[in-house]
Write a protein that binds this ligand. Structure first.
Ligand code: D8T
Ligand code: MG
Length: 382
């Protein structure tokens, strides 16, 4: 069996799907994309497939991963690691279909029966965050995540800290003590204020604070951790075991959030998760992406003992266009019950991509996050 053909589809709202085909007609799907950089990742995938993978045996995933990662001299970073991630997902999908088994069976089998999910409630526009939280809990979610600070705002004064604290207080009041609430700083807070903000939020018991500083300032995490008992999460902008090793060694992080479509795929995230296990750090894969990325997350959660919770974006519309479920022939694989999703039983990634819908909607995707500026004209973090 060899890899014979591939096709790439840019689909709304901001995703890129890879369809990989083998000589025996097996088809595997991957989602190699960085939000806002679909064209760039597409070019990287084409280079890796045309230059290496076509003609190879799809079952030798570890060897291909090494060749794709090490074979180019320059390595790592969001674009290359997302390209490898999508290819890796498609290879695992093919391997599972070839052996008639879900990917998690090939990676050791189920370590749980279902995985808890959390739902995004915003926070960018503060007025309605309490109401949004209440709605999602009524819809069945037991865990939520919100932005700590509104869009465009620099947290640079005690007043801003109090406003952020007030927003979390509102959510806590709306949903009570039993719902878990993660708070995403989104790298919008500078180091000196991050310490104070984490401390101010602590009484409302966040499930975790996420990216309290940008990953390029991970060296500041130990000092922030020293100021709080709130768990610290990070990792959506880290791309390999080598990117993660310092945060494990520093002991400052409690939850890591590698993205199955950014951090080298199933092969690499499974290894990152095992490293985390040795440091008593939990895995909560990042996933504001599409169905192939989410399916890949669930496969890893299934067989990873230290998986804590799964991000997902069903019913969250970016640019009011498509939803995760639109691309599935059988959307019931992602039906949630009591805030959990059951593990899929189908072979491979466990989803059935509706190719007709993919072909219908495929076109140029031009989603990009807005470039924002503060009142004084300086560029703001998104
Ligand atoms: O934790 C999250 O889901 C967010 O930080 C998103 O990753 C970010 O808006 C880019 O898509
Ligand atoms: Mg985030």
């Amino acid at each position: 069996m060899e890899v014979t053909d591939y096709e790439l589809f840019e689909v709304p709202p901001r995703w890129l799907f890879l369809r990989l085909e083998t000589s025996d007609g097996t088809v595997g799907w991957g989602e190699p994309v960085v939000e806002g950089r679909a064209h760039t990742v597409r070019a990287a995938v084409e280079e890796l497939l045309d230059g290496y993978l076509l003609g190879e045996d799809p079952l030798r995933i570890e060897d291909h991963w090494q060749a794709l990662y090490r074979g180019g001299f320059y390595r790592g970073g969001p674009v290359l690691m997302s390209a490898i991630a999508g290819i890796d997902q498609a290879l695992w999908d093919i391997k599972g279909k070839h052996f008639g088994a879900p990917v998690y069976e090939l990676l050791g089998g189920k370590a749980r029966d279902r995985i808890r999910v959390y739902q995004w409630i915003g926070g960018d526009r503060p007025a309605d965050v309490g109401e949004a939280a209440r709605e999602q809990v009524e819809a069945g979610f037991t865990a939520l995540k919100m932005n700590a600070t509104p869009e465009l705002e620099r947290v640079d004064s005690p007043a801003k800290i109090r406003q952020a604290e007030q927003r979390l207080a509102e959510v806590r009041e709306a949903v009570g003590e039993d719902v878990d609430v993660g708070v995403d700083f989104h790298g919008r807070v500078a180091k000196p204020m991050a310490k104070r903000l984490v401390a101010a939020l602590e009484p409302y018991e966040p499930m975790f604070v996420e990216e309290p500083v940008l990953p390029e300032h991970n060296d500041a995490l130990p000092e922030i951790a020293a100021h709080t008992t709130t768990p610290i999460a990070t990792g959506e902008r880290m791309y390999s075991r080598w990117d993660f090793k310092e945060v494990f060694e520093s002991g400052a992080v409690d939850v890591i959030q590698p993205d199955l479509s950014h951090a080298g795929g199933i092969t690499e995230v499974k290894k990152i998760a095992s490293m985390a296990e040795a440091y008593d750090v939990a895995l909560a894969p990042h996933c504001p992406l599409g169905p192939v990325a989410l399916a890949s997350c669930v496969q890893v959660d299934a067989c990873t003992p230290n998986a804590l919770i799964q991000e997902q974006s069903l019913d969250i519309h970016y640019n009011e266009t498509s939803d995760v479920l639109d691309y599935l022939a059988d959307p019931s694989v992602f039906e949630y019950e009591d805030g959990y999703v059951e593990l899929p039983e189908r072979p491979g990634l466990g989803i059935d991509i509706d190719e007709e819908v993919v072909r219908e909607r495929a076109g140029e995707v031009n989603w990009h996050n807005p470039v924002w500026r503060h009142d004084d004209g300086s560029v703001a973090e998104w």
